[in-house]
Ligand binder design. Structure first.
Ligand SMILES: NC(=O)c1ccc[n+]([C@@H]2O[C@H](COP(=O)([O-])OP(=O)(O)OC[C@H]3O[C@@H](n4cnc5c(N)ncnc54)[C@H](OP(=O)(O)O)[C@@H]3O)[C@@H](O)[C@H]2O)c1
Length: 309
């Protein structure tokens, strides 16, 4: 299959890219920033790369070629500094690429879309509503789509990209204690990047996944406190876990999130504290039973390997 991978430098996208190349697919990797382009060009010499801002319809024109059969979607943001970024990158960019894909290639268009667990039209968090609207664009596109909605994604291999583990680990390292927001009891269901890569690869070969939306949660539901303690243990950090009320944490995060390298944002706090687990047992089963998956667990050992501790 000839595949256009949008957001190929992302934490998840790069692992999919690696697997697609290994499996012998023809791939065009899309990146947004210069640094991402340099990183991928160095790591995958000879790879076909396209660099553009997908939220700009002019920049998107011509990036899909007529021999491409499938698009895989990985762009996404966790902060919205100008109040418009979520709409630009989640909605406008999806709309632009759908329109470009429609115009340039013929029938049987495949679209594998990475959204997020918990999206919905009535959610209070803009992250969830804008990701939902992108899903709706995909569902009404007429393409042969499969939509994946994962909880927090983890890896057990060291990476150059950051994720929630790096964010929490950095906070634990810099702080005299292990900070937790609110009750710390809200549930997370970390899902391994390998399980998602497998889902995507098998989706390409399974026509029964067309038109489906799957919710992806790992084998364990952990409270935020449990998750933080696993990370602290992997780091060998012997610190006390302290809860801070929401009203105290939010103003601090609001100031710190202006620093681009600060991984936590107000939206991340809002999204996390509303819980990120699969709530419907039927939905939970549907994904696991539709694919053959390793179902890796989020453990002290997996975090240790990821952090290179
Ligand atoms: N990580 C998680 O725990 C998690 C959980 C649930 C759902 N998801 C979803 O899964 C997908 C992959 O997540 P991830 O964590 O792997 O992503 P990530 O590492 O945060 O990367 C985000 C990607 O979006 C691209 N991007 C940003 N602005 C763009 C623009 N204007 N035009 C085109 N591309 C743009 C970035 O490209 P540059 O780096 O080049 O700017 C990067 O490739 C996303 O859709 C995310 O919402 C992630």
């Amino acid at each position: 299959v000839n595949i256009f991978v949008a957001g190929a430098s992302s934490f998840l996208g790069e692992r999919v890219l690696e697997e697609l190349i290994r499996s012998g697919h023809t791939v065009t990797a899309h990146v947004h920033r210069n640094t991402s382009q340099q990183m991928l060009a160095k790591k995958y010499p000879g790879i076909s790369l396209v660099q553009c801002d997908l939220s700009s319809s002019e920049q998107v024109r011509g990036i899909i070629k007529s021999d491409m059969d499938a698009v895989m979607w990985f762009p996404g943001l966790l902060r919205d500094p100008d109040g418009k970024s979520f709409e630009r990158v989640h909605i406008e960019a999806t709309r632009n690429l759908i329109s470009e894909f429609k115009q340039t290639t013929s029938a049987g268009k495949r679209w594998i879309h990475c959204s997020a667990l918990g999206t919905g039209p009535l959610r209070a968090e803009k992250y969830f509503t804008t990701k939902w609207r992108a899903e709706e664009l995909v569902r009404s596109s007429g393409f042969e789509y499969t939509i994946l909605k994962p909880s927090l994604i983890f890896d057990d291999r060291p990476r150059w990209q950051h994720n929630f583990v790096t964010g929490i680990a950095r906070t634990i390292r810099l702080s005299p204690f292990i900070p937790s927001v609110g009750t710390g009891n809200y549930l997370m269901q970390p899902v391994s990047v390998d399980d998602i890569v497998q889902t995507i690869m098998q989706s390409l070969a399974k026509p029964e996944t067309i038109g489906k939306t799957y919710e992806l949660g790992g084998p364990d539901k952990l409270t935020f406190d449990e998750l933080s303690l696993i990370i602290a243990r992997a780091m060998g950090a012997k610190k006390l876990l302290i809860h801070f009320p929401f009203w105290l944490i939010m103003p601090v995060v609001r100031i710190l999130e202006r620093i681009p390298s600060f991984l936590v944002s107000t939206e991340v706090v809002k999204v996390s504290t509303s819980g990120w687990d699969v709530r419907d047992p039927a939905r939970e089963k549907e994904w696991q039973e539709s694919f053959d998956l390793p179902m890796k667990r989020f453990t002290v050992e997996s975090v240790r390997k990821f952090l290179g501790e």
